[in-house]
Design a protein around this ligand. Structure first.
Ligand code: S3P
Ligand code: PEP
Length: 427
């Protein structure tokens, strides 16, 4: 197994132009494929999760041209759902933003589709989405375990009507139904059952749909109405914002080390909820300066916070390692669904934080982190989870080195993360 030794970083300072947002890249690619007309996507993310979506679109008969650096993509929209003559098997890795939305879009397409993924994908729930689509008449079967991929989908025209979606485990189920809804035969009313988690991701979905010409009525995130007769139309160009979750590691580094870091590609008006990660750093004692297209953080001494972070589940992981540098006990609450992501993140973070000497309480849906007097040198296991690798790089901001096992797992969303971190790290 490959290992990366990160030696203590003296100080942090610099500017990072963020790679494109994973959430926006995969949403925009799917909608561009089904839209009428041609879309030119710019600042597309080049990472494994996006490659899975692109490979799937190729097999589904969508033509697109990708630039040499894979950050520009011109998509020739079909103007309707997908249509394939022979059964297609689509391997989607561990990309939730490909698996869930494609499941819904293919359920109303013409053809037979098998959706598969990495072993961990077979442990990530999809039952709530399948249940929702079945209410609209979808024919979806589980090929191994009930409620989990792989799936066999026999696509057919679906009626709209009233569909109940359980939103309590992942917002991606609702995102998937919303994005498919304009292609249903009639008006669709979506009712949310349970407490909707990760709400800001629904704003990303609605905003992307609006850019492709479809309006959705949002009744306080409890009910959504997609009126009949709307269709996706290519917006011409679509600029993918920088990835706000990826920004969190650089901003945290500045906050921890007392330096100044500016990230560009997201800002005050960004549609991504994870931009609010900067507000958590502010609450911990950092100074934050917002621009239309940048966020700048300057560190100060950090103190612990106790917060509900359900709205920023991905960036919240970065707070768990930032807590190693704050005085007091940091509590991150209402994050049960960390357990059903790339790994059981609540358990994995607890285990790895303890290795560096932190006192950690692992709750059913929360984590509490108290830093030790001095961090211990440790080999960090990353569980094939890009965010664990990136979060623990912050340990090198102490005067103790850290070893990251299997650093290549950042390829899911940020293949050159460690090189980009090195650019703002100074001895
Ligand atoms: O819709 C999206 O783009 C995402 C939604 C979130 O998942 P959940 O809704 O499952 O929390 C987030 O963790 C994931 O990385 C991306
Ligand atoms: C949860 C994540 O990914 P996915 O889109 O596969 O759900 C993530 O990127 O942290």
């Amino acid at each position: 197994m490959e290992q990366l030794v990160l030696n203590p970083i003296g100080h942090i300072d610099g500017e990072v132009n963020l790679p494109g947002s994973k959430s926006l890249s995969n949403r925009a690619l799917l909608l561009a494929a089904m839209a009428e007309g041609q879309t030119e996507l710019t600042n597309l993310l080049d990472s494994e999760d996006i490659q899975h979506m692109l490979n799937a679109l190729t097999k589904l008969g969508v033509s697109y041209q990708l630039s040499a650096d894979k950050t520009r993509c011109t998509v020739q929209g079909l103007g309707h759902a997908f249509k394939v003559a022979a059964k297609q098997s689509l391997f989607l890795g561990n990309a939730g933003t490909a698996m869930r939305p494609l499941c819904a879009a293919l359920a109303l397409s013409d053809g037979e589709f098998e959706l598969t993924g990495e072993p961990r994908m077979e442990e990530r729930p999809i039952g709530a989405l399948v249940d929702a689509l079945r209410q609209a008449g979808a024919d979806i079967q589980y090929l191994k375990n009930q409620g989990f991929p792989p799936l066999l989908i026999k696509g057919k025209a679906l009626s709209g009507g009233t569909i109940q979606v359980d939103g309590s485990v992942s917002s991606q189920f609702l995102t998937a139904v919303l994005m498919a809804a304009p292609l249903f035969e009639g008006e669709t009313q979506i009712e949310i059952v349970g407490e909707l988690v990760s709400k800001p991701y629904i704003d990303i979905t609605l905003d992307t749909m609006a850019k492709f010409g479809v309006q959705v009525e949002n009744h306080h995130y409890q009910k959504f109405v997609v009126t009949a007769g709307q269709c996706y139309r290519a917006p011409g160009t679509f600029l993918v914002e920088g990835d706000a979750s990826s920004a969190s590691y650089f901003l945290a580094a500045a906050a921890i080390k007392g330096g100044k870091v500016k990230v560009t590609g997201i800002g005050r008006d960004s549609i991504q909820g994870d931009k609010d990660f900067a507000l958590v750093l502010e609450a911990m004692g950092a100074k934050v300066n917002w621009g239309a297209d940048f966020v700048e953080v300057q560190g100060g001494p950090l103190k612990a916070v106790d917060m509900d972070m359900n709205h920023i589940p991905d960036a919240a992981m970065t707070i768990a390692t930032t807590a190693l540098f704050a005085t007091g006990t940091t509590a991150i609450r209402n994050i049960y669904n960390w357990r059903v992501k790339e790994t059981d993140r609540l358990h994995a973070m607890t285990t790895e934080l303890r290795k560096v000497g932190a006192h950690v309480v692992e709750g059913h849906d929360f984590i509490e982190v108290t830093p030790p007097a001095a961090l211990k040198r440790a080999e960090i296991d990353t569980y094939n989870d890009h965010r664990i690798a990136m979060c623990f790089s912050l340990v090198a901001l102490s005067d103790t080195p850290v070893v990251i096992n299997d650093p290549g797992c950042t390829a899911k969303t940020f293949p050159d993360y460690f090189e980009r971190l090195a650019e703002i790290s100074h001895s």
